[in-house]
Design a protein around this ligand. Structure first.
Ligand code: GUN
Length: 297
């Protein structure tokens, strides 16, 4: 491997240490314990493991977490009622509804029901709009974590060409917006399923963020030597030699990309730990705001 690994676990550990210190400080000086409510509807195995990891991370940071597991058979109205209660619960500073929801739920309507001041995922239209126009808001966790990872790799993004592959609302579109913000100042190309020749763009890129949910979307021959690669994909590949019967791969072909890139995130251990870290960050920030409001700042 030519390129160095961008160790998301290490960066996450450093930041979680800072967050835990912030939690201790807020408890002592503000008398408030940051609280996160995590709602999981149904039993999608990947979602169950994400939610479990989020709860564990909350506990490690000294935060309060409330797990709300609901069967896939509940009605949409029951879910909306649950969110309405959490919106006014003073012990809860962040509300997260794990996506995807089971078939039959209107995800937009459900996300829209979360109070924007508790939307620590940064998914509500209010927070998405504020991000777009550069107002203070909760930034979406994976895109925010990606910016931190690129900075951690040592790359100064100013004036660089960043190519994002994938235009999802959760990752592709917001990360393109964050990369292009004045304080980051990259020149951004957003490639998607309608892009006829993705490699023509990635070959001129200083940094490539790949978030398509498809293994082997990015291969080494598509990269400029020395590029930085951020692999957002988490794909389960059946593998009888593994205890769980599968292994995880990203959206980039790791071996060929690592041979050409100057730095690359592994899967697992790259973007994943940062998503949860930025969720804790937003939850702490939300709790801090309630203390500031109470004091009339
Ligand atoms: N599903 C996959 N990623 C996410 C995320 O960041 N937040 C939520 N709520 N659901 C997800």
């Amino acid at each position: 491997m030519a390129g160095k690994l961008i160790d998301g676990k290490e960066l996450a550990k450093n930041l979680r240490g800072e967050i835990a210190a912030g939690v201790t400080d807020l408890k002592a000086k503000g008398g408030v314990t940051p609280g996160l409510a995590v709602i999981l509807v149904g039993e999608n195995p990947a979602s169950v493991s994400y939610v479990t990891a989020k709860e564990k991370a909350c506990a490690e940071a000294g935060m309060y977490s409330r797990e709300i597991r609901l069967p896939a058979t509940i009605s949409e109205q029951e879910l909306l009622d649950e969110i309405a209660h959490l919106n006014v619960d003073p012990a809860i500073h962040g509300i997260l509804v794990q996506l995807p929801l089971p078939k039959g739920f209107d995800e937009k309507k459900v996300i829209d029901a979360i109070a924007p001041e508790k939307d620590v995922d940064g998914f509500t239209p209010v927070n998405v709009g504020k991000m777009l126009i550069g107002e203070t808001c909760f930034l979406p966790c994976t895109p925010h974590g990606i910016i931190k990872l690129i900075e951690f790799s040592g790359m100064d993004l100013r004036g660089k060409h960043a190519v994002v592959i994938g235009r999802s609302n959760i990752v592709g579109k917001p990360v393109a917006v964050l990369l292009a913000r004045k304080e980051t100042n990259a020149t951004v190309t957003l490639c998607h399923t309608g892009t006829p020749d993705v490699a023509a763009f990635t070959r001129t890129a200083d940094v490539v963020v790949v978030a398509t949910g498809r293994p082997n979307t990015l291969t080494g021959d598509m990269l400029k030597p020395g590029a930085v690669v951020i692999d957002v994909g988490v794909n389960r590949i059946p593998d009888a030699t593994k205890p769980k019967g599968f292994r995880l791969v990203g959206d980039a072909d790791f071996a060929s990309c690592a041979a050409v890139a100057s730095a690359i995130t592994p899967v697992p251990g790259g973007v994943g730990p940062m998503t949860i870290t930025m969720l804790l960050w937003n939850t702490l920030e939300s709790a801090r705001r309630t203390v500031a409001l109470r004091r009339g700042f």
